[in-house]
Design a protein around this ligand. Structure first.
Ligand code: AMP
Length: 279
């Protein structure tokens, strides 16, 4: 397994792989890897000849008062996990390598970038689309693998790929959960034992939505009310948003007749968690 820190080395290694007509897959991550990330790696392993994983805690997608400084960094363990999964190449640049002083070009997908997490975290998706397009230019993958856990991110990236004609096929993998339903997240490491229990309310709320839909409920406002009732069981958990939206545009929909994405974000203590279900 190659571990590369510079853009020049990575660009040339990846150009050689593509030159040999081998299918190259990229799994972009911020490290602190868990089974959710590994599900993407396994999908890439099964679809591609060569698997590259990037590990980069991207400062441009964090707000000024967010957790960039304390985001978990577990590089050695990450490398050991990826080696075991048969990954071929890790690209792990420094912040200076990715954003040398004076860098002032950003990629912004207007509209969708301001919805859901983009509304709660201004500038977040501009950071995501900027770093992902840089990674696409550096690695030049045929396929890139992302998790449904970050549902709004998928919508923003799909639009970026379409609008900018990126020659990359996006593959989305389902949310990986703990046995008790909590969606895996690098940020779950921040939770105390008590918060870990409280955090289950996100999944419970979405399960109630699924049950209500199975019983015939179609109204978005009724479904949102259903989630609020469940969230009320954990008064310490602060709802950031509960949204029933069009899965392609992230715009609110009045009902779920044509299908919808139900997404929630909430603060458990100071930790912001997200989860979603497609109905
Ligand atoms: P991150 O390191 O948090 O930026 O995540 C890297 C990739 O892993 C993103 O495409 C995420 O959507 C995906 N991911 C994170 N958590 C999960 C999960 N529980 N299940 C599936 N994919 C996930």
């Amino acid at each position: 397994m190659l571990i590369l820190k510079t853009i020049a080395e990575t660009q040339s290694a990846c150009a050689q792989i593509r030159g040999e007509e081998r299918i190259l897959g990229l799994v972009p991550t911020m490290g602190a890897l868990h089974e959710g990330h590994l599900s993407l790696v396994r999908a890439a392993r099964s679809e591609c000849d060569v698997v590259a994983v990037s590990i980069f805690v991207n400062p441009t997608q964090f707000g000024p008062n967010e957790d960039f400084g304390k985001y978990p960094r577990t590089f050695d363990e990450d490398c050991a996990l990826l080696e075991r999964e048969g990954v071929d190449l890790i690209f792990a640049p420094t912040v200076e390598e990715m954003y040398p002083s004076g860098a002032s070009t950003f990629v912004l997908v207007e509209g969708v970038s301001e919805r859901l997490d983009g509304a709660s975290r201004p500038g977040h998706f501009r950071g995501v689309t900027t770093v992902v397009s840089k990674l696409f230019h550096i690695v030049g993958p045929h396929m890139a693998f992302f998790g449904q856990k970050d549902a709004a991110q998928i919508v923003v990236l799909r639009k970026m790929v379409r609008d900018l004609n990126c020659p990359v096929h996006l593959i989305v993998q389902p949310i990986v959960r703990e046995m008790d339903g909590l969606a895996l997240s690098s940020r779950n490491r921040y939770l105390s034992e008590k918060e870990r229990r409280q955090a289950l309310v996100l999944h419970r709320a979405l399960q109630k939505v699924e049950e209500a839909v199975a019983l015939g409920e179609k109204s978005s406002s009724k479904l949102i009310e259903t989630t609020r009732v469940v969230f009320a069981e954990e008064p310490d958990v602060r709802i950031d948003y509960i949204a029933v939206v069009n899965p392609d545009t992230l715009e609110n929909v009045p009902d779920i007749k044509d299908g919808a994405l139900v997404a929630v974000a909430a603060f458990v203590g100071t930790t912001r968690l997200i989860d979603n279900t497609v109905i």
